[in-house]
Design a protein around this ligand. Structure first.
Ligand code: KIV
Ligand code: ZN
Length: 514
């Protein structure tokens, strides 16, 4: 595959594997993903995520658990009403009420499940195996009688004896179930075991086998790939690996690995993965760790020095695939491993500065990297601009004229601002949890738009209460444009406002450039 530089040692593995002709992608971000502790998508977010999933090419969208509420049913009906190409699926226990809720939600497919492991049967369901089997078969009959596709899961399948699983899956298959999903509900498998387990099931069962892996031991993606090598023809995944506890197999990682390592076609537009990830990151309010594979901020970031030299000479020396392939961009960051020479070369390439100014920037970057570990291109821009006398005044589209902040004990922190935005005078007030929050609300209200504060970092440069402090912020506008700003000052509130204004001006500058 062009732009992919994986190891030749994969070749024999690829040859031995029993890949299905077509692997389907079943996305459960809106169901298992929403079960992530603390995640709750709004209706608009669900519609937007469903559209994006369809755009990137998933085959099935598990849109929710309809029996949860009338609201959930309405939401799924609306997702169905979008007329997407992907099939819309609803989850149901093996009881008629749950299936009825799916029917009411107008889904194409009902995903019924019942637990089959000893521990679940005895302590959770308090029923014996035969009882559970009767319920599974009855639910399958009920779904099929309504003319819907039926996907059946033995919950906790990977802690259920194989013969019992074969009995459950073949019984529902005989009653018309269309696909057998195998959940590793508590993420207790490892790849070798998963491969032989799924092989056995593929041999014993007539209907297609699907896998649903959880990440409790960090093996969800590896187990998903093992299942695919054994012949599974559908994978359950979530964007950003959201899901119960440690999450589900990540869509971005599983799909990219399948395509890049095994040459298995998934129908997913890989170059849209980053934007899908960003959307879900924003809606879920779960920030990805920078080192998250494929779509994380550092996945294609290189710390200037030996690596950068290598990557610029030949990208594959330090990149297993091109960033563009997955909708990413290469980023060069400065860190403590960056030599002075590399920093000054980097600056010379991008800015027109005198040798003294470059020396000053290099020194500032170096002292920053010692305290801060890494510094991005945006940070370098901030330092360069501070050396050049900050962002040229003429380029600032938003300028603060007046601010007033009131805070204290037993009063609500309140701020008012008067500013110029695109040459128009705006006045507004805001309240917040503290003076900086109140000011940020007042600025947003004056601008008439929401500019989210993604990160706020305050650091005192020296020890005492009269110490200078550095404030670094990162903001994001409604279109997902982000920018950072940094300010230094003796007054925490003023340094914060200046950093916020700096970042807002950068967003405005980006918009103008676009
Ligand atoms: O992890 C699991 O077992 C599930 C089932 C509902 C399929 O999510
Ligand atoms: Zn699950």
């Amino acid at each position: 595959m062009e732009g992919v530089f994986v190891s030749d040692m994969i070749e024999p593995v690829r040859k031995r594997a029993k890949f299905s002709d077509r692997v389907r992608v079943f996305d459960t971000t809106l169901r298992d993903g929403e079960q992530t502790p603390g995640v709750c998508f709004t209706l608009d977010e669900k519609l937007e995520i469903a559209r994006k999933l369809d755009d990137i090419g998933v085959d099935v969208i598990e849109a929710g658990f309809p029996v949860n509420s009338e609201e959930e049913i309405d939401t799924i009906r609306m997702i169905k009403g979008l007329g997407l190409r992907a099939k819309i699926c609803g989850l149901a226990r093996c009881v008629t009420g749950d299936v009825d809720a799916c029917i009411k939600a107008d889904v194409d497919r009902v995903h019924i499940f019942i637990a089959t492991s000893d521990v679940h049967l005895k302590y959770k369901l308090r029923m014996d195996e035969e009882h559970a089997l009767r319920q599974a078969v009855a639910a399958t009959d009920y779904v099929k009688a309504h003319g819907l596709e039926c996907e059946f899961s033995c919950e906790d399948a990977t802690r259920t004896p194989l013969e019992r699983l074969v009995k459950f899956y073949s019984s529902v298959d005989a009653h018309g179930a269309d696909i057998n999903n195998v959940p590793d509900t508590v993420g207790v498998m490892e790849p070798e075991a998963m491969q032989s387990f799924i092989s056995e099931l593929c041999i014993s069962l007539k209907k297609p086998v699907s896998i649903h892996c959880h990440n409790d031991f960090g093996m969800a993606v590896a187990n998903t790939l093992a299942g695919i090598k054994a012949g599974a023809s559908q994978i359950h995944v979530t964007v950003n690996g959201l899901g119960e506890r440690a999450g589900n197999a990540s869509l971005e990682q599983a799909v990219t690995a399948m395509e890049a390592m095994y040459g298995v076609k998934t129908g997913i537009k890989l170059n849209m993965l980053k934007e899908a990830s960003k959307l879900v990151e924003r809606a879920s309010m779960i920030r990805l760790t920078p080192n998250y594979p494929i779509v994380g901020d550092n996945a294609f970031a290189h710390e200037a020095g030996i690596h950068v030299h290598g990557v610029l000479a030949k990208a594959e020396s330090y990149e297993p695939l091109t960033p563009e392939m997955v909708g990413q961009k290469r980023r060069i960051v400065m860190g403590k491993h960056t030599g002075k020479h590399a920093v000054s070369n980097f600056i010379k390439e991008k800015y027109n500065m005198s040798d003294e100014q470059i020396a000053e920037v290099v020194e500032k970057v170096r002292s920053h990297t010692i305290n801060k570990k890494k510094i991005t291109e945006d940070d370098v821009t901030t330092i360069v601009e501070s050396v050049l006398g900050s962002m040229p005044d003429a380029e600032r589209l938003v300028k603060l004229n007046e601010i007033l902040v009131v805070t204290g004990d037993k009063i609500t922190p309140t701020a008012s601002v008067q500013l110029m935005a695109n040459s128009a005078r705006k006045v507004a007030a805001g309240v917040g949890t503290g003076p900086v929050d109140a000011l940020s609300k007042a600025i947003q209200s004056a601008l008439g738009e929401e500019i989210k504060l993604l990160n706020y970092k305050l650091e005192a440069i020296s020890g005492g209460t009269d110490s200078l402090c550095t404030v670094e912020v990162e903001v994001e506008d409604d279109d997902g444009k982000t920018a950072s700003g940094m300010a230094v000052g003796g007054d925490i509130v003023m340094a914060s406002v200046n950093a916020i204004m700096e970042s807002i001006n950068r967003i405005y500058a980006k918009r103008r450039r676009d």
